[in-house]
Write a protein that binds this ligand. Structure first.
Ligand code: ADP
Ligand code: MG
Length: 240
């Protein structure tokens, strides 16, 4: 297995609160890796540490063979890492088109024209301001922006949060399409059932520690385990 990303023994703090307590994980190249866990488990903190937004105090991060542990965020992005943050940080006052012009340019197949082909809805709305978009459109815009850096690795933090079921399907379909394009994916989700359906590998985080690491299918087959490990996401499971 070639790794797009590996993290070894990450310890991350907010002030004196010791949040990540030795998190290790790997994202294999060309695969979808799901990172699950109940609310407050440390999923967002893990992604923020990987992106250099809340750097780990201890541990080592390697992305496409480079030791990025102490790199600033912009340099990590320039290495080909697209990040879709929790809550879709789009610019509410900028138009769709202006939002798409914000990311740094990294050569590759993704251009605004190609984005509009993938998301026709965004083209229709290109002159509308961010704040006028529905939750689903905002999520698409947030993903589109990450694609424009032509990522080799795409990191998504709860892309399905707050979206209607049909829109969630659409978002998951796009994530699968990105995998088909050869992009490696690290997907943080509360929706355990749907993410395990599309993931190859899975981790479960609890109280800042990895409590499961293995195949997504193996985990999906063990409903009781998903329910006990993934907390809130298990509710989605029983509803299915
Ligand atoms: N900026 C912050 N300052 C202090 N504590 C935080 C901050 N952000 C998150 N936390 C705490 O860190 C823990 C992990 O949070 P988070 O990584 O957001 O979890 P998740 O994304 O799995 O829901 C929680 O206990 C949360 O309250
Ligand atoms: Mg979170």
């Amino acid at each position: 297995m070639t790794a797009a990303l590996t993290a070894e023994g990450l310890h991350t703090y907010y002030g004196k609160s010791h949040i990540l307590q030795g998190v290790s994980l790997a994202v294999a190249e060309g695969r979808i890796t799901a990172l699950l866990g109940r609310n407050g488990a440390g999923k967002t903190t893990t992604l923020r540490s990987l992106m250099g937004l809340t750097p780990a105090r201890q541990g080592k991060i390697t992305i496409f063979g480079e030791d990025t542990t102490r790199w600033p965020t912009f340099r990590i992005a320039a290495q080909g890492v697209g990040y879709v943050p929790e809550g879709r940080r789009i610019f509410a006052n900028l138009s769709v088109e202006e939002n798409l012009k914000v990311p740094l340019e990294r050569g590759g197949p993704w251009t605004i024209e190609r984005i509009f082909k993938l998301f026709p809805r965004l083209e229709e709305r290109k002159l509308n301001r961010g704040r006028q978009l529905s939750g689903g459109e905002q999520e698409m815009l947030s993903i589109a922006r990450a694609l424009l850096i032509n990522p080799r690795l795409l990191i998504l933090d709860e892309p399905s949060q707050g979206l209607a079921p049909l829109v969630v399907r659409e978002v998951f379909r796009i994530i699968q399409q990105m995998k088909a394009e050869g992009i490696s994916i690290l997907l943080v989700e509360q929706n355990a059932r749907m993410s395990l359906e599309i993931a190859d590998d899975a981790y479960v985080l609890d109280d800042g520690m990895i409590v499961y690491s293995g195949g997504a299918q193996e985990l999906a087959a063990d409903e009781a385990r998903v329910r006990s490990l993934a907390g809130a996401s298990a509710e989605e499971w029983t509803l299915a």
